[in-house]
Write a protein that binds this ligand. Structure first.
Ligand code: ADP
Ligand code: TRP
Length: 323
């Protein structure tokens, strides 16, 4: 099994990114050949400041390693170090019907959020398809919001195979975990940087983390009244961090009434703080050794490139390019 996933370096990582993509990716590195990368070409669609882009790439690399990506087990690199994907993106764009991209909701969402509607933004899913098929990946762990991009990838790979030959490109499967498909943010909508409703995995201080958690939206049920755990974002977030018995206990306490939401928020705060504490420590250690991060990414790029070139040879020959 070849597992592949990528993440854009677009700022700080939040709990949605962690449970949607990073944690599953880190777990899967023990179950097959894992390939994980930092999607800096994709980030050009929205980050136009070169200094900021470099900073985001570095921070993301540090965070991913701190969270448990093991470079002994997984190939880890920066997308732009494997330039072959841009060539493949072009070749794939010539088998991609316009209608397929016109149906992508993420393009419309991003334009709605104020990102300039460039050709790169429109063609984003084609580059993503290239990212995946250039490594013959069969499993792609992502959050639910990437489901459509994976469907587009499958369609594009199939179209390429229909035109140039069966089995040339591997058709990948998304791996979306139901429990964490969409992690809610402070206001109950999908946790997302663009909604400013995130809890970062590494908030600057404990106090900031606690302040954010205290902002989770609740209804106006009085302290002594029973509360509905099914509708509480506090419980939904607590489920990600606590074991089943603890969740059952919190749910029972909600139903019994007698405690205010602040009490449960405090419990959640302590859980999140403790969960990320060892990773925070590792992060400080890794951040203090910049050479280490550079070496990991350089080594990863070398391995990734060797793999990508094999697929490119196959693709170029099939399409009638080169000798
Ligand atoms: P954002 O919406 O904050 O910009 P990205 O689109 O960069 O996040 O997402 C990066 C990865 O994290 C993707 O695999 C995505 O599916 C996952 N992800 C992002 N937000 C969530 C969420 N709220 N719940 C689950 N997964 C998420
Ligand atoms: N589009 C993905 C996101 O926004 C990032 C990404 C780029 C990706 N290329 C990929 C994810 C290939 C999985 C596989 O999160």
């Amino acid at each position: 099994m070849r597992i592949l996933s990528g993440i854009q370096p677009s700022g700080r990582l939040h709990i949605g990114n962690y449970f949607g993509m990073m944690e599953p990716a880190i777990r899967l590195q023990n179950e097959g050949e894992a390939f994980y990368f930092i999607a800096d070409y994709h980030a050009l669609t929205s980050t136009h400041d070169p200094v900021l882009l470099r900073e985001h790439v570095r921070n993301l690399a540090i965070d991913f390693l701190a969270c448990g990506l093991d470079p002994e087990k997984a190939v880890f690199w920066k997308q732009s170090d494997v330039v072959e994907v841009t060539e493949l993106a072009w070749i794939l764009s010539c088998v991609t019907p316009m209608g397929l991209l016109e149906r992508c909701v993420s393009y419309k969402d991003k334009v709605g959020q104020g990102i300039s509607p460039s050709h790169g933004l429109f063609a984003y899913p084609v580059l993503q398809a290239a990212d995946i098929v250039i490594f013959d990946a069969n499993v792609v762990p992502v959050g639910k919001d990437q489901k459509q991009h994976l469907e587009v990838t499958r369609d594009i790979a199939q179209k390429f195979n229909d035109r140039y030959g069966d089995g040339l490109l591997v058709i990948p499967e998304p791996r979306i975990r139901e429990e964490t498909a969409t992690v809610p943010g402070l206001d109950g909508r999908k946790m997302s940087k663009s909604y400013e409703n995130t809890i970062d995995i590494f908030e600057e201080t404990e106090k900031k983390l606690r302040t954010k958690i205290m902002k989770i939206v609740t209804d106006s049920t009085a302290v002594e009244e029973p509360k509905n755990p099914e509708e509480s974002y506090i419980v939904q977030l607590y489920r990600l961090f606590a074991v089943a018995d603890e969740v059952t206990e919190m749910e029972a306490s909600f139903r019994a009434g007698g405690l205010g939401y602040g009490h449960y928020k405090q419990q959640l705060f302590e859980r999140i703080r403790d969960y990320f504490a060892p990773m925070r420590e590792r992060r400080d250690a890794i951040a203090g050794d910049p050479g280490y991060v550079d070496d990991v990414l350089a080594e990863g790029a070398k391995k990734a490139r060797a793999q990508a070139r094999q697929v490119m040879d196959r693709v170029r020959a099939a399409a009638g390019l080169g000798a």
